[in-house]
Ligand binder design. Structure first.
Ligand SMILES: [Zn+2]
Length: 315
């Protein structure tokens, strides 16, 4: 039986936010069993907290945002992807600012934080949600489904009319080894002709060739080339893993995504929550499915935070 995992110590990362362009720093701290991943911020006289859960989902336009009251966190998907990809169940992610640092646009910097901290196995079994009947959502030609499967896996298909992308399909077995080797390093990508439009909407303001793969009409703007010939579809898998973690429990099923994005990814998480006859819980103990569902549909943050030494001084 697998056990829940957290980190042995805290680790830190500073940089700028991809969309806000503002300075952004985070510290990832260990957290007790059954905490899940919780974003926290030390204010002048209180700690604000926001669980990484679907009830706290904000807008999903080009990034995934979480929000409780006036506390919001932009671009959560890459750090959540790294934690889920490496099977970290419980962690506090403390912020200075309102966005996660972009760093190189991939999940590698967050995996490095996990490696620096070390992984601690905890004395509680890991819960799983196992899909027993298919669940699908779609938006015209875009779709995402999850089917029953003995092991968690993802098949992702994209189709962009660009000579360096075109049709790409990638199949990922969800293990930490595969994640670290094939997914974590895939970077955010954008098209040069769309960038000014993003700026006009207040997005991508921290974007640069250091944190984004930028495609011109026929080629690549970055001098250093692609990390993988199919880096784009791998990055979509990275994003999906982060968005799926908003369920708060690892899912055993086979995901099939076609030209999807953050909006459809998170709609599938909502469809899973609203179709409890199509899945079972493993290792849920006496609490069972109902209490877990209650926790996933309440939008009140009831996180009990233990003493957490602030990594950053209150602003
Ligand atoms: Zn992304």
């Amino acid at each position: 039986m697998r056990h829940q995992q957290t980190l042995e110590t805290s680790s830190f990362l500073s940089g700028i936010g991809l969309h806000s362009g503002n300075p952004a720093s985070i510290a990832i701290h260990p957290a007790p069993i059954n905490s899940g991943v919780v974003f926290v911020k030390h204010g002048a006289d209180q700690i604000q907290s926001c669980p990484a859960g679907i009830p706290f989902l904000g807008q999903t336009d080009h990034c995934t945002t979480l929000q409780v009251g006036d506390f919001y966190i932009q671009t959560v998907e890459h750090v959540l992807s790294a934690l889920a990809g490496f099977e970290i169940d419980n962690a506090y992610v403390e912020l200075l600012g309102s966005e996660i640092p972009a760093d190189d646009g991939s999940a590698t910097p967050f995996l490095d934080m996990v490696h620096q901290s070390g992984i601690l196995t905890q004395k509680e079994p890991r819960k799983y949600l196992k899909i027993v009947q298919p669940i699908s959502v779609n938006d015209g030609q875009r779709s995402i489904s999850v089917l029953p499967s003995a092991l968690p896996q993802i098949t992702y298909f994209i189709d962009f009319p660009h000579p360096l992308i075109q049709q790409q399909e990638y199949h990922h077995f969800c293990t930490p080894y595969e994640y670290g080797k094939n997914i974590a390093g895939a970077r955010t990508f954008a098209f040069r002709k769309e960038i000014e439009f993003l700026w006009s909407r207040g997005l991508g303001l921290g974007g640069s060739l250091h944190n984004t793969v930028v495609f011109s009409d026929t080629g690549l703007v970055n001098d250093d080339g692609l990390r993988f010939s199919n880096e784009c579809v791998r990055h979509k898998v990275l994003d999906l893993i982060g968005d799926l973690s908003l369920l708060g429990i690892p899912i055993i099923g086979h995901f099939f995504a076609k030209c999807a994005g953050h909006a459809l990814h998170t709609q599938l998480v909502q469809a899973i929550i609203h179709n409890p006859d199509k899945w079972i819980m493993l290792n849920a103990g006496k609490t069972g499915k109902d209490s877990i569902l209650n926790g996933k549909t309440s939008s009140t943050s009831t996180v009990q935070l233990p003493e957490l030494q602030p990594a950053f001084h209150a602003l």
